[in-house]
Design a protein around this ligand. Structure first.
Ligand SMILES: Nc1nc2c(ncn2[C@@H]2O[C@H](COP(=O)(O)OP(=O)(O)O)[C@@H](O)[C@H]2O)c(=O)[nH]1
Ligand SMILES: [Mg+2]
Length: 426
């Protein structure tokens, strides 16, 4: 797990727990919290490494080498004609997966003996720390490799170093989805069959030349199972090199996932902010809010009918917003209190969406943002208990931070090429 994604996960857990602790029962909050949990879960999911290669290329041995030499119950997995998934669990166990996908434990005394049934796959669970981040699928030599890569995050292609990269290997590899290119490693086994360092170098160079661009890296390993877990063995065998190569691929994948997750959370929080505390406004402000919404909608209509340009619409919206904000809480715009909208002076104008549809969508989102902000100013009925009031403020602050509305307004400001709200004359 990369540093950025660890921080992100921590931030999400903290935000989610704090939102839950407010004890506000609002569907918008519940939706946001559930969404954040799902995002966290998917980021925590271990990556799946799928080990492919032709018959006797060393797939099972490489799987064993990866988890720690000699730790795989080879008596069970050697020569199976079904895939074997190695996963983390607090206690070791072996399961058979039947045709319906049921997991049947097969390693206990009273369990079904392995030979009695036909399974479509085996699952071996081991209490190994490494397996928290990766699960490994060792595949059988027969059959179509494409069938095993559906859920793959990282793909290893095993090949025997002395006769590596044949035409048939090439053909099989090129038949797999292209997306694995940057997430794949070529693993040449039988490094121990090479005599000198020069031989090792020569084989690696040859492989890199033959497979240029098809794999992210090529690694040489001695994968034959011998009972040796010493540091020297790990280095000589190439196990450490292989694990670090996998770590490099994994950390890129996790970074990309984290960026996606950040985007999803921003959108979730923004939607929640738009919907949050719809009924918790002061009674005397209901009419004002309604009239703002009508006004804003009329402006959006003018935009979609082409009567106004997007920048004109936005300007009109912001002027109206300032007006309503001032009515809802006098002093909020003209006074010294924290201005709600303040963008940095922005020098690089960005491109406007040209088609009217994206422009309208953008402006609609802005209307929802501004409505949410106005609702904040009208919020919290005076009858409300001050501690409850404070919890509402907290919830709003968290949503606003997660939604990064400042960033959104900055982007808008960049599009306009000017600060959104010019400093009010003293
Ligand atoms: N000397 C040596 N033997 C290996 C190496 N990798 C695998 N083997 C042996 O090659 C045979 C086939 O390996 P296996 O992992 O079962 O290949 P698979 O069919 O691709 O799963 C076994 O006898 C292994 O012990 C290696 O790096 N060096
Ligand atoms: Mg095998």
């Amino acid at each position: 797990m990369s540093r950025a994604s660890e921080l992100f996960l921590k931030r999400m857990a903290a935000a989610r727990e704090r939102l839950l602790a407010t004890r506000i029962s609002d569907p918008a909050l519940a939706y946001c919290v559930a969404g954040i949990s799902r995002v966290e879960e998917s980021l925590r999911r271990p990556l799946r490494v799928v080990v492919l290669g032709e018959c006797n290329s060393g797939k099972t041995s490489v799987t064993d080498l990866l988890i720690g030499n000699g730790l795989l119950p080879t008596s069970v997995v050697a020569n199976t004609h079904i895939p074997v998934l190695v996963t983390h669990a607090p206690a070791a166990a072996i399961f058979g997966i039947d045709a319906k996908g049921n997991r049947i434990r097969v390693d206990g005394n009273s369990d079904d003996p392995l030979t009695d049934r036909t399974f479509q796959a085996l699952q071996i669970s081991l209490p190994l720390e490494r397996l928290r981040r990766f699960q490994i699928l060792d595949t059988p030599s027969a059959g179509n490799p494409a069938a095993f890569v559906g859920d793959a995050d990282i793909v290893l292609w095993c090949t025997v170093s002395t006769r590596a990269w044949t035409e048939s290997e090439r053909a099989t590899w090129l038949g797999l989805p292209k997306r694995f290119g940057r997430n794949s490693l070529l693993v040449a086994t039988h490094k121990d069959g090479l005599q000198t360092d020069d031989d090792v170098e020569r084989v690696l160079n040859r492989l890199r030349g033959l497979t240029g661009g098809l794999f992210r890296e090529a690694v040489l390993v001695s994968a034959e199972s011998i009972d040796d877990q010493s540091v020297e063995f790990e280095q000589d065998s190439g196990a450490e090199a292989l694990r670090s190569a996998i770590d490099r691929v994994a950390s890129d994948i996790v970074d990309r996932r984290t960026q996606k997750a950040e985007k999803i959370v921003r959108r979730l929080a923004r939607l929640a902010f738009h919907q949050f505390a719809l009924d918790e406004v002061r009674l005397e402000t209901v009419e004002l809010l309604r009239s703002w919404e009508a006004h804003a909608l009329a402006l959006v209509d003018q935009l979609s009918e082409g009567k106004k340009t997007a920048p004109q619409t936005i300007e009109a919206l912001l002027v109206a917003y300032a007006d309503y904000a001032e009515k809802l809480r006098p002093g909020v715009v003209t006074g010294d209190s924290v201005p709600v909208l303040r963008s940095q002076a922005l020098t690089v104008p960005m491109q406007w969406p040209n088609q009217s549809l994206p422009a309208t969508r953008l402006v609609r989102t802005l209307v929802s943002d501004l409505t949410g902000l106005l609702r904040m100013l009208s919020g919290n009925s005076i009858f409300m208990d001050p501690t409850v009031k404070a919890e509402y403020q907290t919830a709003r602050a968290i949503l606003l931070t997660l939604a990064d509305l400042d960033g959104a307004f900055d982007a808008l400001g960049k599009m306009l090429g000017t600060p959104l709200v010019s400093p009010s004359p003293a």
